[in-house]
Design a protein around this ligand. Structure first.
Ligand SMILES: [Mn+2]
Length: 353
């Protein structure tokens, strides 16, 4: 028995609205989903699990027509789907009214139900969200009560407002595999037993790192799972170290090189770090033209020559302040505090003049 475990596809999302790549991303999310469906068909997967938030918001009827056509294109594969907190089941929502293909199986209730697939030897237990937030730990008391030898729990949540759960309680429920959704970062909580598939494609700048889905195979009483990267692009944090020699020109060269090295198609959140020459102002807005730059922050601070400043500002608060720090073996934290303090005092001094 082979299954695909996907979650948090967020079809219909428009990541980074206002940035030039936003519309491409909307399309890429659909494309990635279509690719995984195609892959499931090519590999004759028995089960395709969707652990919530297939859509980013309430889906439109025509969008459901689109996904349903994809589902129908792999009739050998049973699609098991739950609604998450983003695409929760409203009373008369499009999800409920849609005429789903024969191989699509839904959880229509917040009360846990078990779907039996005797031909596969699999039971899948699950529920759906009917509202944006559910603070009750609905999963904790659930026990594997299916009648098949292999039992799956399909679940979405894990934070305070979205069905918090205790890992230990879930594990004591007797399930062979717990397919989780909601947390966008893929993570294995217990190897071959309990995992977040993560978002198929990253949805916002905090979804850094690889994204994809999980494949599982249960054979001769043993389950083996593996994560498969599937996302077209990644968000990456990019720290650029500056020195007293860094100029705007050199900075831009460094950013260009780093973007090229990490893959130009990816998205970057840049932070400038280190100690710059006092008086230098980096133009972070110029960096946005150097790639898919999602964010550029200047976290540098000026490298002051303390001894010279002490002499220059003898008898002032500034001299007192600098002297209050040890001269030798100063920690990095202290050095930062010292430089920030100097900057503040110098600025205050300028205002008073
Ligand atoms: Mn969610």
């Amino acid at each position: 028995m082979k299954f695909f475990h996907t979650a948090d596809v967020h079809l219909g999302a428009e990541p980074d609205r206002g940035f030039p790549w936003s519309r491409d991303r909307s399309r890429e999310i659909w494309e990635s989903f279509r690719n995984v469906i195609r892959q499931a068909g090519a590999e004759h997967a028995d089960l395709f699990l969707i652990a919530g938030d297939l859509f980013h918001r309430q889906p439109l009827a025509r969008e459901l027509k689109e996904v349903n056509a994809m589902f129908a294109s792999i009739p050998e594969t049973k699609i098991v789907i739950m609604a998450g907190n983003h695409d929760y089941l409203k009373k008369n929502c499009a999800y409920r009214k849609f005429p789903w293909a024969q191989n699509v199986f839904w959880f229509w209730d917040t009360v846990p139900k078990t779907l039996e697939f005797p031909d596969l030897g699999v039971s899948v237990c699950g529920l759906s969200y009917d509202r944006k937030e559910i603070a009750e730990p609905l999963y904790d008391p659930i026990k594997a009560r299916g009648s098949q030898p292999f039992q799956i729990l399909l679940a979405h949540g894990g934070d305070e407002k979205h069905i918090p759960f205790s890992k230990e309680k879930l594990l004591s429920g007797g399930f062979d595999y717990i397919a989780l959704g909601h947390i966008h970062k893929p993570q294995v909580l217990v190897p071959d037993k309990m995992a977040y598939a993560g978002a198929l494609e990253p949805i916002d700048k905090n979804d850094t790192g690889v994204h994809g889905y999980i494949q599982g195979e249960y054979r001769d009483g043993v389950l083996r799972t593996r994560f498969l990267p599937a996302a077209k692009r990644e968000y990456k944090k990019l720290k650029i170290q500056v020195t007293e020699n860094t100029t705007q020109f050199l900075l831009e060269q460094a950013v260009k090189a780093a973007v090229r090295e990490r893959g130009e198609k990816n998205f970057f959140c840049i932070s400038l770090e280190g100690r710059k020459e006092p008086g230098t102002e980096f133009l972070t807005e110029n960096l946005y033209a150097l790639g898919n730059i999602r964010e550029a922050e200047d976290k540098t601070f000026p490298a002051y020559e303390k001894e010279r400043l002490k002499k220059q500002y003898e008898g002032t608060l500034l001299e007192l302040f600098i002297s209050s720090f040890p001269k030798e073996s100063i920690t990095e934290e202290e050095e930062k505090a010292l430089d920030y303090g100097i900057e503040a005092l110098l600025e205050a001094g300028e205002e008073n003049q």
